[in-house]
Design a protein. Structure first.
Length: 359
């Protein structure tokens, strides 16, 4: 019985020893595979950036009367097309008509007085020649002539002013366009400078787009630029580049002339501009980046170790541009090096890895 127990214990120890031997053999180091990408240095990086704006008429104006008055008639309505110089509205001018008639009557009276004075001056000169009149009387008549002449000039100026006010009581279209809004109706009291109608120019459209100042400096008047409206490409010519930053957007406004009747006013437009970084650098996958310190970014470089293994090295670099798929970085890399293309959160500097697929 004691022999049987000893035999059982021996068999058990042999079995345990065999199991332990197999476990140790199976504990081989497993090296993680990495997705790699090769980097090549390039002298510059160019990317097309898109900036959103709106299509507007080349000219738009809120037209108003220079002088106040009662609105006698409005000849147009919203949506009407008008020609340059067309009569749009007029003020009631009965008081101006009365004033004109008064001035005309006063002017006739002044002319009559002047004619009489001139005749008297002629007679006075004849009497003086015969020695029958005094010099004082001629001086009085001369003064009267000058006074009536001044009155005539004054009345003629007043009539000119009346005619100007009469003309300005008629509102004309400053350019050919379409009426987009009507602010006042017939019979309303129109104050001086109060908008009566809004007119938009037709036939000439512009895209107004705000861009960052560092890109605006590369755009000049007369440049042909690429645009996109409703996913349709088109070109336009730069009309003007703003000289100041907009207060809210801190952008420079660029005005671009569009082809005639290309799109309706109010449409959203995209301006496509090339943003070029002149510093030499490397294009890397966005997934290869991880944050470092002091505002830098980091990639993991694969350095050959032993056999088919590679050691991970951390390299800090400057990020100059990034999108959802790629980034442009400077410093920290050499041409032809391999980097970890994605899954960087699974690795640490100094770790040994094996090559997996190429990214």
């Amino acid at each position: 019985m004691r022999y049987a127990v000893l035999l059982l214990v021996s068999v058990s120890l042999v079995l345990q020893s065999g199991c332990s031997s197999r476990t140790s053999a199976e504990r081989e180091v497993v090296y993680q595979p990495v997705t790699r990408a090769v980097v090549h240095q390039q002298p510059y990086f160019s990317v097309t950036r898109s900036f959103t704006g709106v299509v507007e008429p080349a000219q738009a104006a809120n037209v108003a009367f220079e002088f106040g008055g009662t609105l006698q008639a409005v000849m147009v309505d919203e949506g009407d097309r008008v020609a340059q110089g067309q009569l749009l509205a007029r003020l009631e001018t009965s008081l101006l008509d009365v004033e004109r008639r008064q001035l005309e009557a006063q002017l006739k009276e002044a002319h009559a007085n002047l004619r009489l004075t001139l005749e008297n001056l002629k007679r006075q000169a004849s009497l003086e020649a015969d020695g029958h009149a005094s010099r004082q009387r001629r001086d009085e008549l001369t003064a009267s002539r000058d006074a009536f002449t001044a009155v005539i000039n004054q009345l003629e100026a007043a009539l000119d002013g009346n005619r100007i006010r009469q003309n300005k009581s008629h509102l004309h279209a400053p350019f050919a366009g379409v009426i987009s809004e009507r602010f006042l109706e017939q019979g309303s009291a129109a104050a001086s400078g109060q908008s009566v109608l809004r007119i938009l120019e037709v036939g000439r459209l512009e895209a107004h787009v705000g861009v960052p100042p560092e890109l605006a400096v590369a755009v000049a008047k007369g440049d042909v630029v690429q645009l996109r409206v409703a996913d349709e490409p088109m070109t336009g010519e730069v009309v003007a580049v703003g000289a100041e930053l907009k207060q809210r957007s801190h952008a420079v406004m660029i005005r671009i002339a569009l082809p005639a009747a290309a799109v309706p006013a109010g449409s959203v437009v995209q301006l496509l501009l090339e943003d070029r970084i002149e510093d030499a650098g490397f294009v890397v996958p966005e997934s290869a980046l991880t944050a470092s310190m002091r505002g830098l970014w980091r990639v993991y470089v694969l350095a050959a170790a032993q056999n088919d293994l590679y050691r991970i090295e951390a390299r800090d670099l400057q990020l100059r541009y990034s999108s959802e798929s790629q980034a442009y970085v400077t410093d920290g890399l050499r041409d032809g090096e391999w980097i970890v293309a994605d899954g960087v959160h699974k690795f640490v500097p100094g770790q040994l890895v094996r090559l997996g697929s190429a990214g």
